[in-house]
Ligand binder design. Structure first.
Ligand SMILES: Cc1cc2nc3c(=O)[nH]c(=O)nc-3n(C[C@H](O)[C@H](O)[C@H](O)COP(=O)(O)O)c2cc1C
Length: 221
């Protein structure tokens, strides 16, 4: 079982989000998965320039680390996305990665995979940021196993830390179990199915320009 953890904090694993992600990764290890960590602070992922080329060819022409991360996302069984709350959203580094995933989103290419999300904040709105990150998990086609988030008590410390860390480890184990059991989350079907139908319709409508995506959708359920 191969997992990919994407860390969106500029502090990498040394910050608060890294501390919480460490606990999720303990659970992943207990669940028996092999995990690769990709830190966006050590990677170069430039913002999308909306050139349309990925829709036409399947490849982004920007020469940076995105292609390698995309290949890892396509090859994994599940993934974890971690970010601090930056103005009730994710970091610019992670948002740049989300935006670069438009070809993956148009093709809902991560269908069959599972995602989990990790967030920390200075003072709150954790649920809002987690919801946004879980929405990304669904738009790439994956099912969300859940998310964990918390405000801080201090540097790399959290209120009710023992119970938070127990939940974080459980999220890591649960991600592994969901992959093993091919778990189905019926409550996510309405959104995921409607989004997939929308993408299919969009690509049909743009079939003359977005030839690669159109070909991908042909013969697909
Ligand atoms: C640019 C910036 C924006 C932030 N925006 C928020 C915010 O809107 N709400 C909040 O509660 N904390 C906010 N914070 C605090 C961080 O979310 C918090 O310190 C987080 O734990 C940092 O994680 P890290 O150490 O992994 O980078 C912000 C911090 C920065 C640097």
């Amino acid at each position: 079982m191969k997992l990919l953890a994407i860390m969106g904090s500029p502090h990498d694993m040394r910050g608060n989000t890294g501390r919480l992600l460490e606990e999720v990764l303990k659970g992943v290890e207990q669940g028996g998965a092999e995990v690769e960590l990709v830190s966006l602070s050590k990677s170069k992922v430039l913002p999308c320039v909306s050139c349309d080329v990925c829709h036409q060819t399947g490849n982004c022409p920007i020469n940076d680390d995105f292609g390698g991360i995309k290949a890892k996302l396509l090859a994994c069984d599940g993934f974890i996305i971690a970010s601090p709350n930056y103005i009730t959203s994710v970091t610019a580094q992670l948002k740049a990665l989300f935006d670069r995933c438009t070809n993956i989103i148009h093709c809902v290419s991560l269908e069959g995979k599972y995602g989990a999300v990790v967030e920390t904040s200075g003072g709150g709105e954790d649920a809002e940021v987690i919801r946004y990150m879980e929405r990304f998990v669904n738009t790439v086609g994956a099912q969300s196993v859940g998310g964990i988030g918390s405000p801080l008590a201090g540097f790399r410390t959290f209120p009710a830390e023992a119970s938070l860390f127990a939940k974080a480890q459980e999220l890591g184990r649960e991600l592994c179990r969901c992959i093993e059991e091919k778990r189905h989350f019926p409550e996510q079907d309405a959104y995921r199915n409607a989004f997939k139908a929308r993408m299919k319709g969009l690509i049909e409508y743009r079939q003359k320009e977005w030839t690669c995506e159109y070909e991908y959708w042909q013969g697909r359920k």
